[in-house]
Design a protein around this ligand. Sequence first.
Ligand code: ATP
Length: 592
Amino acid sequence: MSAFGFDHGPELPAEAAWRPLDRALWRWTRAHGGSPLLARLAAWAAFADGEGDAALPLAGEEALRYGLAPLDDARLDTLRGEPLLGDGRVPTPFVLDAAGRFYLWRNHADECALAALLGERLAASAAVAVDEADLDALFPGGDPAAVASQREAVRRVGASRLFVLTGGPGTGKTTTVLRMLLMHLKAMPDARIAVAAPTGKAAQRLVQSLRAGRQALLESTNASLPETWRALLDRLPDGEALTLHRLLGYDPHRNRYTRDRAHPLAADLVVVDEASMVDLPTLRALLEALRPEATLILVGDADQLAPVGIGSVLLDLVVALEARTSPVLVRLTHSFRAERPLAAINDAVRKGEAAALRAAFAAAGDQAQWRDVTAGAAYRQALQGWAEVLAATLPRPRLPAADDTAAAAQALAALRALSRRQLLCALREGPHGAPAVDAWLGRRLKEAWGVPEDREWYPGRAVLVVRNDYAARLFNGDVGLCLADADGRLRVWFESSDADGRPTARAFAPAALPAHEGAFALTVHKAQGSEYAHVAVLLPPDPAQRILSRQLLYTGLSRAKAQVELWAGEAVVAAALARPLYRIGGLRERLA
Ligand SMILES: Nc1ncnc2c1ncn2[C@@H]1O[C@H](COP(=O)(O)OP(=O)(O)OP(=O)(O)O)[C@@H](O)[C@H]1O
């Protein structure tokens, strides 16, 4: 045990793990009269913040997460005497709560404010009357057991100013949200609706799914939709997809949102899809920007990876609401996709069941393949096969130079074809990391397509934008495809919507793109919010690799809509299944 009462476990991060920011906070704390113990805790709290935890646990088992020996009550009481530390009632740089969680002030403030805002919404009713005839019209025919939870969600749409709809891929979340919106519109025909998602890609997918759902409702062969509902369908949002940042009017120059309590959103109903990717401060900002009488519907898969930023708000909300069997939460479990075998695979991963996962792969036939690529030769063979299929199937049409509309239509078709197949890597660094794999695939494709090796841009190159460019309306996560026109000019095309909300493609000169990287292989993290027909998920060969987790594997595999490949050894998969991730924070307790 060290002088400050801490042990470093053998595989847990020692102080060497501290980043410059963490060390700076240590120095700041010492310089402002904090004890050596407080300075260490401050640095570890900053480190934990970088890992996505809202707080540093000091008591109980959780303290071991960062290699800290738990502090007993006497030590916690001594700590509470330090002037830089408070209990959250008045501003202090650090906060220690009653459960022994040590916070940086900002995270504590965000967590408490969010819990209060959510609590207010949960208590308020939206007063939307729903009768069974409405539900029958919106859910004509079908298997009653399969649609029971969807009907329940629509029935409860008026239960509060906050509603949470969670479920795995293909369980009909968007289908259900569309009907919830219609039900709202029936009660309040002038309701202004806003839909958004954390990333541009996810926002685009949401608008497209809503459009497809509307069409399906109009064309339903089971029963024709009564006229009242048809008229309401026209009022559904169909415009450009909004990221949450854009919805909230993010001002990059001032690093703040223009929508807030004083300037709330002009919306009566806000739907946020892919809510598992929304972090604590962003959800707080959204709730503050909502008018009190507006309703928020959060939609997402709570079993996916936690957001890149702080907290795991969707999961915390789902756990807290499930614990009190709250009517404002509905979990959808029935998969409506034809690809049922994939649902069994995702379910086994979600539950961390290795035997069930093996059985699900065995039962899936052609739709799923588990390849042990632990040996280098097997790995190279898998990659080589992937490259050959890409080389043969990726469309690289030469676009008409003089007709931009025709060029955009062809580029859109090529972009759609690109997103049919995607290789996803667990890692970013090293030979199994997405950039290295992308570079390898790029070289093979250049060979296959006869492109000189030193050429950076060539028709067929896929890139991923990694920084928001508000002026160009290109956002982190957008995928573009480089194509040549008849004059030989290379441009990079991105999916977009025209003024009427119809899908189209926009082109940029390669030099005009914001920061980007190759997209033939993406990390699982970057693929959140996207779906592809055929996915291969590559795990690293070392089972001790810290990145491996149940959520990572689930998020990767559940990106596949029709076919999935898992490239990993048995021991590595077992290690991932055995590690469910959780984030430290007090939101669940505050919501209880
Ligand atoms: N009640 C239903 N009856 C028949 N088909 C349905 C029903 N609900 C959903 N589906 C179909 O299941 C598929 C997936 O639905 P939807 O896109 O709403 O699910 P999701 O949970 O939003 O999926 P994603 O994983 O894409 O986010 C769609 O083809 C949809 O038409």
